[in-house]
Design a protein. Sequence first.
Length: 403
Amino acid sequence: MAEAYIYDAVRTPRGKGRKDGSLHEITPIQLATQVLQAVRDRTGIDTADVDDVVLGCVSPVAEQGADIARVAVLNADYAETTAGVQINRFCASGLEACNMAAAKVIAGEAEFAIGGGVESMSRIAMGSDGGAWPMDPAVAFKTYFMPQGIGADLIATKFGFSRDDVDAYAVESQKRAARAWAEDRFKKSIVPVKDVIGEVVLDHDEHMRPTADMQSMASLSPAFQAIGEGMPGFDAIALQRYPEVEKINHVHHAGNSSGIVDGAAAVLIGNKEIGEKYGLKPRARIRAMGSIGSEPAIMLTGPEFVTQKVLKRAGMAVGDIDIYELNEAFASVVLRYMQALGIDHSKVNVNGGAIAMGHPLGATGAMVLGTVLDELERTGKGTALVNLCVGAGMGTATIIERI
């Protein structure tokens, strides 16, 4: 079986996911188009050699609907023979897309494949696609459905993280992201977004709040207390599923949860021979990848278990990984991950994460894969593990090894 190598990785800056955000005027198809064009132009490949493009998109409706990957391929002027497919594994969609692209290369189905994702959260609201899990009462009852914010607060309560703990983590995320931008750590992968006349509309992550401190965090009210304690009363569901917990401590708010943003990303993956054809040097090798299911009510504990799964698959231990990247869906998710696996914070999300820069749902996994590859090259380190928690109780992870 072939090895799968990463040859390039690009992402857009993240724009505020609101009507006054810089990317609100840019359609999802344009976001996806621009990252695909960037991969082509940066590498000089003939797109006829790209067998497939796999894009994550979590709310594939309206202008993000149908098969946005194939339409983006056509809109980006790729070869007509390049296929495209849209996939949805909730928040891990972008990384799952990269794993699928890598699997195609490993299996010999593709020479080049592109994994990535797109989400315009300012134009298509989160949850617009509906689904039986939250909306069918019989399914919701069977799975103890509750919103992710309640699950995050349940993790904080069950595993002993206070409001100060989660706020302190969020402040550090902001500091790390600000330092990364100040030191141009993202410049290798960032593709400025342009409008229809070719003018740059955004060249930096605009969701960041680098001046955030513990005092400003303390001024924010818990975001999920009302739906937990009042109507519809999701705390009661949490306590029914986890009776060992006496009362939910609501500690998460907008400042220590992932930001709603727009963005897109693309990662070029291929075998050794196709890279040699174009004189491209592999930047990293995909060493292991996988997904796992976890308890769906608390929902956000999957990263711990999928990490153990892919480490075992790679014949590695926790200490063998130089850098960990776990999507900052909520602060307690990362705190629990570090607690469960005994990983020091100095090795996790070293350049900040979604709390500071935002989480464009379908694109984030591909974005952070590129981010951690850049960091391996910047520091000269060897291995990284990228990981995301997933709705309905799942985890998706990838281990890469710098070439």
